[in-house]
Ligand binder design. Structure first.
Ligand code: LER
Ligand code: MN
Length: 275
């Protein structure tokens, strides 16, 4: 099992990140702590100095396992389900720019909050169709460069559709593209899914990526989730992707990534003893 962690730049409004700002320093620390990859989030992919970023990543031998797109929603309110067709169009343009960056970095693309919310007065089936068609177009562009995309079920307090794995699996069937899969996040699953292990198993081969945070969204080990069970389930499924830490910088920014990796390593060795 390979472990990665989310790293973002200072201005991001998204709070569930242990590392923000000072990319060079953070990548060095991520590597020292023993993580094997990073997940990056940029508001505007066009502003990224790709060559400089690659030098830094190579220096620390850290692949970018996934590229998040949520800041396009969080900071620019771009989404696939906006009632304004011009906003939906701008969202597709931004996602195409994320795909360009993903191709350069050999990363997968996360479609979380950028799917948006079903707007008041718009039929859910219509908004789902807008999202489905936009994701199909992005998937077809991605497929030309071997890029995979993941849809993340997100809890009801942050969005109003695609909350849990089963609902997202049904949506995935509608999308019907082999390079689109699921990102399962233990924090959201703890709120919305009846059984974390059961949902992971049902996701099966569609599970392309995993986020881990504890029940309170603090570092794994600081809440009541059973990560031994989660990792044993992933192993039994022959999940071969990364397990990526996406949690609040709690109990404090310094100890959070240390506690997270120690918890996950211990859980992995306990899970191995169950086999
Ligand atoms: C992003 O990966 C996530 O989990 C969401 O909570 C974004 O708000
Ligand atoms: Mn997540």
């Amino acid at each position: 099992m390979r472990l990665s962690i989310v790293v973002t730049t200072a201005e991001s409004r998204f709070s569930a990140v242990a590392f923000r700002g000072d990319l060079a320093g953070n990548l060095a620390r991520v590597k020292r702590l023993g993580y094997q990859g990073v997940e990056l989030s940029f508001r505007d992919p066009k502003t990224v100095d790709v060559a400089g970023l690659k030098v830094l990543l190579e220096k620390h031998d850290l692949p970018v396992v996934a590229l998040a797109t949520g800041r396009a929603w969080g900071e620019d309110r771009l989404s696939f389900t906006d009632r304004d067709p011009a906003v939906r169009q701008r969202t597709s343009v931004r996602v195409a720019e994320y795909l360009d960056l993903a191709r350069d970095l050999n990363a997968m693309i996360i479609l979380g909050l950028i799917r948006g919310r079903i707007p008041d007065g718009v039929k859910p089936a219509v908004a789902r169709r807008w999202a489905r068609d936009a994701i199909r177009r992005a998937a077809d562009t991605g497929a030309r460069h071997d890029i995979r995309l993941v849809i993340e079920p997100i809890n009801r307090y942050e969005t109003n559709f695609l909350y849990n794995i089963d609902e997202t699996l049904a949506f995935l069937e509608e999308v019907d593209r082999p390079n689109v899969g699921i990102l399962a996040d233990t924090f959201h699953m703890n709120i919305e899914d009846a059984s974390i292990s059961g949902s992971l198993q049902r996701a099966g081969r569609s599970l392309f990526h995993v986020h881990v945070a504890d029940s309170n969204r603090w570092a794994p080990g600081c809440g009541h989730l059973d990560f031994t069970e989660v990792l044993a389930t992933l192993h039994a499924m022959r999940y071969s992707g990364y397990v990526s830490v996406e949690c609040l910088p709690k109990p404090d920014p310094e100890s959070c990534p240390r506690i997270a990796i120690a918890t996950l390593r211990k859980a992995a060795s306990l899970a191995a003893r169950r086999r």
